[in-house]
Structures are given as structure tokens and as C-alpha cells.
Design a protein around this ligand. Structure first.
Ligand SMILES: Cc1cc2nc3c(=O)[nH]c(=O)nc-3n(C[C@H](O)[C@H](O)[C@H](O)COP(=O)(O)OP(=O)(O)OC[C@H]3O[C@@H](n4cnc5c(N)ncnc54)[C@H](O)[C@@H]3O)c2cc1C
Length: 451
């Protein structure tokens, strides 16, 4: 009998192939951006890239992107490579390309470079074409992002810098970064998510003691690794250590680890899921976010982990909350579990997830209108209600778009709304008649707010 269960070979893909790419202008420029722009974008990750590409299609080209890493998608691929992740979790139809235009999408790009793909990678494209779930190589995704950067002239409009302040006024938004300032008509916040730090109670707060670190920092090759966390980053740390011949203790808070294809229930990637979210009030939305956005691991990891556990190379501490983590003098780093068990290793890697940046520390608190950790956004345009010249794309739009806002596909939906609204606001500012809407969300709301 054939069992159609995806196998671990899908987790492997070569990296750094010689993709033929369009010539790119240098990104991460060291000179300062212009002092004024139509639009400033904070963050040039997949969300910022999607926004800049969509604005390009709307004819909005006076755009300045400011990103800490300087390189578009620099943090995204930096994190992925640190974890030695070779494939994305999201399928081919989730990509930062632009919705509603004749543009080269991720699958088109992969098919154009068929000769560079392995047999497994080609089969995944066939799966995507047949409407099945598919696995996308990081290598293909990165080359596609580079293609978007060049073809939509994003690299030459991206400056390296840390944005310290975003000050909205009635007719402009001023971005203040280290060493430069840009006054723009509109701003789009795409700051992504920061890693979640350990509770203060674990070791008294502050940076971790010796021998303990986070998933987005290099993990040393050690004989005994302790991993805390239940998501995909934790799974990569476990898999890497096992592949290196180490022994792993894996601390999982739930009574069992969850293996599933996507990190969000797949209905939330579709209109029916978004409509379900849209139709309920704030409390129910919080509940849906909690229930359908759970830490989980790609299905393909399961056979390898089961084998390692059976062979005694992997010990999984299930249903265990962590009470503390310490570097115990002489015995090395140790995780203390709620039931009193002490788990010792040569190094402890914490993979506790991420928290969305919502504009705190950048925008005035009044502009954010924070409620339960989320910003107060206009449901149609994703503009901050109290700062209508500032728009949000990415995880921070979750309470409007649902749990999938944190994924690349959610950025696609948010970008379509925000780019249309910004372009229409700019047209209105210039006295041009409103464009035919062609089914795009009307941005009358945005215009009314700005006025
Ligand atoms: C290891 C890993 C794998 C993932 N895999 C997938 C996947 O397969 N599919 C999927 O849909 N999602 C995946 N995700 C979730 C993923 O993070 C998002 O989909 C995507 O990165 C979000 O894009 P973003 O642009 O919102 O955020 P980021 O990629 O984090 O980009 C935000 C950028 O803004 C910059 N920034 C923030 N604040 C400032 C500031 N004040 N000044 C200047 N710059 C600033 C950051 O430095 C960063 O460069 C993954 C996440 C991780 C960590």
C-alpha cells in the first residue's frame, strides 16, 4: 500500500546555486537617503519588499526603505541560514510578489530555472501545479526575492539604518534614524517580529548566563544539547545537533509535540478563514489567534525524531514547563523543570518564538492605541486609526487579517490593501481623480482620515 506521507528528503535542498539574476544596484548603501519622499517603509523584509514592489506597480517610485540589516530580506535569510533551514514551510503560492499584476511569481521563477533544480524539487513544483501542498527550497525563494529586488528597483531605494522615531503630523510623517531624517507623506511599518526572551524568573532577567543562548544566535557544536521550545526553530536545532552526532534533550511544554504542514490552520490563508475572523468581535479574535497559531513542527521531521528517540539519542521531556535555567557551577548549564527534574547539557538553546513589533518605541503611544498588545488599525486600509498616514503590513496586522498575517501570504493580502490605499491617497494629494477600483479595497476611509 502506498502511504502519501511527506518524507524527510523534502527538508533537504542545495544552497547557493548560480542563479542567473538581473543586474542589481548595490543594496545596504552607506550614503544618506533623500530628505523627502512620498513613502517611507520601515523594514525591508519580505513584507517591506512586497510593499515596495506593489507601490512600483502603482507608479509610486519615490519610496525610501530603511532597514537595520540594509540588505532586503537580510534578517529573514540570516535567521534561516543560522538554523541551517533548507526549505520554507510555506508553499509556492505564498511569496512576496505582487497580487493582481502580470508579474513573475515564485512558481514561474522556479520553472524558468528548471535545469538548476533537483528531481525532488521538480516534483514539488508538479505538486504545486496540481494544487497540492508543496515545499519551496530556501535557495529558490532567496533568488526570487533577489529578482523582485532588481526588477522593482528596491535595492537602490534601500538604506541601512535603525529607525528611532516615526513622528506623524497632519500632513507628513517624519522618520528619524541614526544619522539621517526623512520627511514623507506616508509611512508603512513592516518591522517583523523580535525573538521572545525568557521570563525574568528563569535566571533573574537580563542576558542569559554562560552556556545558554537563543535560537537566533550561533549554537556551538556540543556533545549534549538541551533545546527548549516546540516550534520549527527548536526542531532545526534538534535536527542539527542530531546530525552532528550529539545527544539532545528536548523540552516541550505540551503533552506532545505537534507535527503539521503549516504553522497556521490553512483556512486562515483563504478568504473563508479571513471572513470567519472578520465576522467576530475583539475577544473572539484573540481566542482564534491563541487557538490557531500554535508552535508546531513541519511534518517531515517526524520520522527522524522518532528514530532518534527510539535509539536513545533524543530524549523528549513532554508536558514540562520550565521553572528556571542556570549555569550550575561545575555541572554546566541546566534546565530546571516544574516537576523538579534537572536536565543538564553542554549548552542550552532557547527557542521560545517571536513577538510582533507593533510600532512601540517608534510611534507615540497615542498613535498606536495599543489593546492587548495589538495596534488599533483601520480594518480596510490597515492605517493606524490615530495616525492615518502610517500603515501596517506584517505580523502587526494580525487583529485585522487573522493568524496568517504573520506569514508571507498574509503580507500579500495586507500589501494589496495598503499599496492601493497609499497610491490613492497620493493621487488625491495631487488633485487627480480617484482611480477606478477594479475590486481593490476602496481607500475612501484612508482619505477621510487623512483629511
Ligand atoms: C526561521 C524562520 C523561518 C520562517 N519561515 C517562514 C515560511 O516558510 N513561511 C512564512 O510565511 N513565514 C515564515 N516565517 C515567518 C517570517 O518571519 C515571516 O513570514 C517574514 O519574515 C516576515 O517578514 P517581515 O518583513 O514582516 O519581517 P522580517 O523578515 O523580520 O523583516 C523586518 C525587517 O525590519 C527591520 N526592522 C525592524 N525594526 C526596525 C527599525 N526600527 N529600524 C530599521 N529596521 C527595522 C528588521 O531588522 C528586519 O530586517 C519564518 C520565520 C523564521 C524566524
Amino acid at each position: 500500500m502506498t502511504v502519501f506521507v511527506p518524507g524527510p528528503q523534502l527538508l533537504e535542498s542545495p544552497r547557493r546555486r548560480p542563479w542567473p539574476l538581473l543586474p542589481a544596484a548595490a543594496a545596504g548603501r552607506s550614503d544618506s537617503p533623500p530628505r523627502t519622499a512620498d513613502v517611507v517603509v520601515v523594514g525591508a523584509g519580505p513584507a517591506g519588499l512586497a510593499v515596495a514592489s506593489a507601490l512600483w506597480h502603482h507608479g509610486v517610485q519615490d519610496v525610501v526603505l530603511v532597514d537595520r540589516a540594509g540588505r532586503p530580506c537580510g534578517r529573514f535569510f540570516g535567521r534561516i541560514d543560522l538554523l541551517r533551514q533548507r526549505v520554507l514551510r510555506s508553499p509556492y503560492e505564498h511569496h512576496p510578489g505582487v497580487e493582481g499584476y502580470r508579474d513573475c511569481e515564485l512558481m514561474d521563477f522556479a520553472r524558468l530555472h528548471w535545469s538548476l533544480l533537483t528531481a525532488v524539487e521538480r516534483r514539488e513544483i508538479r505538486m504545486a501545479q496540481a494544487g497540492h501542498r508543496s515545499v519551496v527550497p530556501v535557495d529558490v525563494f532567496e533568488a526570487y526575492c533577489a529578482h523582485l529586488v532588481s526588477s522593482h528597483r528596491v535595492g537602490e531605494r534601500t538604506w541601512q539604518g535603525t529607525v528611532r522615531e516615526l513622528l506623524p503630523s497632519a500632513d507628513a510623517v517624519t522618520l528619524r534614524a541614526d544619522g539621517f531624517e526623512v520627511a514623507a507623506r506616508y509611512a508603512v511599518l513592516c518591522p517583523g517580529e523580535e525573538r521572545r526572551n525568557a521570563p525574568d524568573a528563569w535566571w533573574g532577567g537580563g542576558p542569559p548566563p554562560d552556556g545558554i543562548g537563543y535560537w537566533d544566535e550561533p549554537v556551538p557544536d556540543v556533545g549534549r544539547l538541551v533545546v527548549v521550545g516546540s516550534g520549527l526553530s527548536a526542531a532545526h536545532l534538534v535536527a542539527n545537533a542530531l546530525a552532528g552526532g550529539g545527544r539532545v534533550h528536548w523540552v516541550v511544554r505540551r503533552t506532545e509535540e505537534i507535527y503539521q504542514c503549516a504553522d497556521v490552520d490553512s483556512t486562515f490563508f483563504r478568504p473563508e478563514g479571513r471572513a470567519r475572523f472578520d465576522s467576530v468581535g475583539w475577544r473572539d479574535r484573540l481566542d482564534l489567534m491563541g487557538r490557531y497559531r500554535r508552535a508546531s513542527v513541519m511534518f517531515e521531521f517526524r520520522p527522524g525524531f522518532q528514530r532518534a528517540e527510539a535509539e536513545g539519542r533524543l530524549t523528549v521531556h513532554r508536558g514540562q514547563a520550565v521553572a528556571g535555567v542556570a549555569d550550575e557551577a561545575g555541572a554546566g548549564p541546566c534546565v530546571r523543570l516544574a516537576d523538579g527534574t534537572r536536565v543538564f547539557g553542554d549548552y542550552v538553546a532557547l527557542a521560545l518564538g517571536t513577538t510582533p513589533s507593533i510600532g512601540k518605541g517608534l510611534l507615540p503611544a497615542k498613535a498606536i492605541g495599543e489593546r492587548d498588545g495589538w495596534p488599533d488599525l483601520d480594518g480596510r486600509t490597515l492605517a493606524y486609526r490615530a495616525a492615518p498616514r502610517v500603515f501596517a503590513v506584517g505580523a502587526l496586522a494580525s487583529m485585522v487579517l487573522g493568524p496568517a498575517a504573520r506569514n508571507i501570504d498574509g503580507h500579500r493580502v495586507a500589501t494589496a490593501r495598503v499599496a492601493a490605499a497609499v497610491a490613492e491617497c497620493l493621487r488625491h494629494d495631487r488633485g487627480a481623480p480617484a482611480a477606478a477600483r477594479n475590486g481593490a479595497p476602496a481607500s475612501n476611509g484612508a482619505l477621510a482620515h487623512v483629511r
